[in-house]
Design a protein around this ligand. Structure first.
Ligand SMILES: [Zn+2]
Length: 84
């Protein structure tokens, strides 16, 4: 699976930090939570995962929009340059 052109190295770096922090939190939480040990993750972990996933969705929207705006600006400049 290829990485979209609009997903920057900075985006990936930030996501790496969030995933690293999240996995550390899971490792700290899981041994202390009877609910997690008995079955699917508890509400606390599911909510924490949802925060990470929501951040990723938001970042994708922002980075894609910024990239599209940049592409539009470049096209408009090229049209103006050719018309000059
Ligand atoms: Zn739990």
């Amino acid at each position: 699976m290829s990485v979209p052109e609009w997903w920057t190295d900075a985006d990936a770096g930030e996501l790496d930090v969030l995933v690293w922090e999240f996995t550390g939190a899971v490792e700290a939480h899981w041994p202390t939570c009877a609910e997690c040990q008995a079955g699917p993750w508890c509400t606390t972990l599911r909510d924490a995962l949802e925060v990470v996933l929501a951040w990723k969705r938001g970042r994708e929207f922002l980075s894609r929009a910024a990239w599209l705006r940049e592409q539009q600006t470049l096209r408009e400049r090229e049209v103006a340059r050719r018309a000059a």
